[in-house]
Design a protein around this ligand. Structure first.
Ligand code: MCA
Ligand code: AMP
Length: 489
């Protein structure tokens, strides 16, 4: 059985989801998910990856649960993905079915016969109520999230139902989720932060999740001002944008927002390093000390500042329940000395099962059962962990999204008039990092940005360009990325 779905019968007519189309109870959610599961059974879709493309809202979750109840693996696609990227997810996952929201069909009209498409209403009308749904095993694949790595194309990170359930229980325990909680979700629903930390945790605990299809600072301010929310979770860029919004308001508007935030019990920041000025300014604006935590698609959440006790600025706190963590040297041996940096390794039932169809990359990601995060960290003498950065400069974090420099370079190199390129991250106050591309080729910037538009999602697009005759390279011909950075000064 799937614990999050099983729990829902306990919450009956309590409100599970509020979105732009209405208010939905737990009973309704479970019932619609069952109908979808029966429809998938009727179509003989079993133990397969199923892609689904919906704006954040009730139908997204009902389809996700329907995929789970029918014993299939849910693979979320985001509304910002381009047809080009959707083609890649279909090819890489081998999915034969894409469930797509009616309003997003323009993203999938190009798809040919290699995939069957269905929408929510179609599945709901295909009543196969006499069908039995399968018994889903804890080790069955539950969720596959595409993540960028140090290799060119995104990899599918697969977690089982048991791993998903452990991730949810870990956060439920650490942050004391309750059925009286109400959270606003403004994050995209193709990454762990929005999917697991917010939506799954809320629904596992009988809380209410308000789902907005995209972030809008004025809407967040309005919902917080209502005094109805108890929780909020977001990436640092969103807190930065909320502060900017606050600064544009008049005194009365500020006061209303601040008054509403008094009834909130917790605000969490993660997915990227929280800058100290954002932490300090948000404290003044909201009265809340943000709880910073650390996670990764492959491991869910691993470290968190405490709910009760000192939330130490610049750190990500301690290991979460059911998670083991160590700082390791190059050979994987634990570094026990406080203040000595090393690579962060993570172990536990929260850690993913495999990269989809990539046994070698999966094996290489572990040493003696420990997952190598690629993040450099250190521990203080009283146990607080601090993230110092990434081992690879080819991983960029912009607006909380992880982006592979190599993936963007590969796309740029497919342009017939680009012979060489180098993609790097530039520090940025709002976005954490922004993507910059140095190009060798006879192409105009305006032409290039237009050409890139349908190649990859907006958040992966380079924001700065420099056009050069040659790239800085060492004697071996390797591009010197630190020197590429100087080209943007
Ligand atoms: C958009 N713009 C950018 C970027 N993105 N400029 C520079 N760098 C960027 N990365 C520009 C657009 O072109 C546009 O410009 C303007 O900013 C507004 O764009 P829009 O897309 O509307 O921005 P937004 O809606 O304000 O989005 C900002 C956002 C979004 C809400 C912070 O990036 C977001 O949802 N990030 C969260 C990602 C996330 O959930 N990550 C979790 C990964 P113009 O106005 O000129 O047109 S999971 C994870 O990391 C692990 C597990 C963990 O620990 O959580
Ligand atoms: P993703 O693959 O999108 O799940 O991104 C995971 C990466 O985000 C981690 O490996 C870290 O580099 C980064 N990250 C997440 N939370 C934090 C944090 N609180 N501080 C610094 N980096 C973070």
């Amino acid at each position: 059985m799937i614990p999050i779905v099983q729990n829902s019968s306990e919450f009956g007519d309590a409100t599970a989801i509020i979105d732009n189309s209405g208010t939905y109870t737990y009973n309704h959610l479970r019932q619609q998910a069952l109908i979808i599961a029966h429809a998938l059974e009727g179509r003989k879709i079993a133990a397969q990856p199923v892609l689904y493309l919906f704006p954040s809202g009730f139908q997204y979750v009902a389809v996700q649960w329907g995929i789970w109840l029918s014993g299939n693996m849910a693979v979320p696609v985001h509304t910002a993905h381009t047809p080009h990227e959707i083609d890649y997810f279909i090819e890489d996952s081998g999915a034969t079915l894409l469930i797509c929201d009616k309003t997003l069909k323009h993203l999938t009209t190009h798809l040919k016969n290699n995939i069957v498409q269905a929408d929510f209403e179609e599945l709901i009308q295909e009543s196969h109520h006499n069908k039995r749904i399968p018994r889903v095993k804890p080790e069955s694949n539950a969720l596959m999230i595409y993540t960028s790595g140090t290799t060119g194309k995104p990899k599918g990170v697969v977690i089982s139902h048991e791993q998903l359930d452990t991730q949810i229980r870990s956060l439920s325990k650490a942050w004391e989720w309750k059925s009286s909680d109400r959270i606003l979700n403004v994050l995209p629903m193709h990454h762990v932060h929005g999917v697991v930390n917010i939506t799954c945790c809320a629904l596992y605990n009988g809380a209410t999740v308000e789902m907005q299809p995209q972030f809008d600072a004025a809407c967040v301010a309005e919902r917080m001002a209502s005094g109805q929310l108890t929780l909020f979770m977001a990436v640092p860029t969103i807190y930065h944008k909320l502060i900017q919004h606050f600064e544009k308001l008049n005194n009365e508007e500020r006061h209303q927002w601040q008054h509403g935030m008094k009834s909130m019990r917790l605000m969490v920041s993660g997915s990227a390093a929280l800058p100290m000025p954002t932490l300090a300014r948000w404290k003044v604006v909201s009265g809340h000390t943000l709880l910073e935590r650390y996670g990764m698609t492959e491991i869910g959440m691993a470290l968190s500042n405490p709910l009760h006790g000192e939330r130490r600025a610049g750190t990500v706190g301690f290991p979460l329940p059911f998670v083991e963590v160590k700082i390791a040297d190059e050979s994987g041996n634990e570094i026990k000395d406080a203040g000595t940096p090393g690579e962060l390794y993570v172990k536990g039932k929260t850690v993913f099962k495999q990269y989809w169809n990539k046994p070698e990359e999966t094996a290489n990601a572990f040493v003696d059962g420990w997952f190598k995060t690629g993040d450099v960290a250190e521990k203080s003498s009283d146990g607080y962990f601090k993230i110092l950065g990434r081992k690879s400069s080819d991983i960029i974090k912009s607006g909380g999204y992880k982006i592979s420099a190599l993936e963007i370079e590969n796309v740029l190199l497919s342009h017939e008039r680009i012979s060489e390129c180098a993609v790097i991250a530039l520090p940025d106050v709002v976005w954490g990092e922004t993507i910059a591309a140095a190009i060798v080729g006879n192409v105009l910037q305006s032409e290039l940005t237009e050409w890139l538009r349908d190649k990859m999602a907006g958040y992966k697009q380079p924001r700065h360009f420099v056009f050069v005759k040659q790239l800085p390279r060492n004697a071996m011909g390797k591009i010197l990325k630190p020197e590429v950075r100087n080209l943007f000064k």
